[in-house]
Design a protein around this ligand. Structure first.
Ligand SMILES: [Fe+2]
Length: 179
C-alpha cells in the first residue's frame, strides 16, 4: 500500500477495500477472457447470434476491470493485473468447455455467471459499511452482470419456465444437458 488512501478512510480500511477489489479484478479479468474463449469456440446453429452477443459483454467486463483496478490505485494499493494474479486469486477452475454448440456453451456460461454474481454480492456486503462509494460501483457492475445472465438464460428457458440444464452442477454437466 502507498502512504495515502482515499479521504475519510483509515489506512486499514483502504487496504481492506483494496483487497476486496483485487478479488473482483481477477474475477473480471478471468471472465472477459472466458467470454472471448466462448466467442471463438461456439459452433453450430445459432453460432452468429451467440458469437455476436458475447463481444459487448467482453467490452463491458473489460471496463469493469479497468474501473476496479484504478480504484485500487486510488485507495493506495497496487492492482495486480497479470495472468498469474488471476490464477492465484481465483477460487474456481478454468472454464472447461472447448469447441461446442451454442446451447452447451450458454449452459456452462450460466454457471460462470452464477459464480461471479454470487461473489459480487459477497463483495458488496463486505465493503458496504466501510466504503459506500465502492459499494455503489460494485452494485452497478453486478446489476449489469445479472442482465447478461438473463440474456444467456433466455436461450435456455423452456415455455414452462425451467432451465434445460437445471440439474447440471458442473459446466460439463450443464453443457451435456443443454446439448
Ligand atoms: Fe471476434
Amino acid at each position: 500500500m502507498a502512504k495515502f488512501t482515499l479521504p475519510g478512510l483509515s489506512a486499514e480500511q483502504g487496504a481492506e477495500v483494496a483487497a476486496v477489489l483485487q478479488e473482483r479484478l481477477s474475477a473480471y479479468n478471468d471472465l472477459h477472457l472466458t467470454l472471448k474463449h466462448i466467442h471463438w469456440n461456439v459452433v453450430g446453429p445459432n453460432f452468429i447470434g451467440v458469437h455476436e452477443m458475447i463481444d459487448p459483454q467482453v467490452e463491458l467486463v473489460r471496463g469493469f476491470a479497468d474501473s476496479v483496478a484504478e480504484r485500487i490505485a486510488a485507495l493506495g494499493g497496487s492492482p495486480k493485473g497479470t495472468p498469474g494474479a488471476i490464477i492465484s486469486d481465483r477460487t474456481w477452475d478454468d472454464y472447461s468447455v472447448g469447441r461446442d454448440s451454442a446451447q452447451a456453451h450458454l449452459a456452462a456460461l450460466d454457471l460462470v455467471y452464477i459464480g461471479v454474481i454470487t461473489d459480487g454480492r459477497k463483495a458488496i456486503a463486505k465493503v458496504g459499511d466501510v466504503d459506500p462509494i465502492t459499494e455503489d460501483m460494485l452494485i452497478g457492475q453486478t446489476g449489469d452482470l445479472e442482465q447478461f445472465q438473463w440474456f444467456v438464460r433466455a436461450h435456455l428457458e423452456n415455455s414452462g419456465g425451467s432451465l434445460i440444464h437445471e440439474n447440471g452442477h458442473t459446466e460439463k454437466e450443464a453443457a451435456s444437458q443443454a446439448r
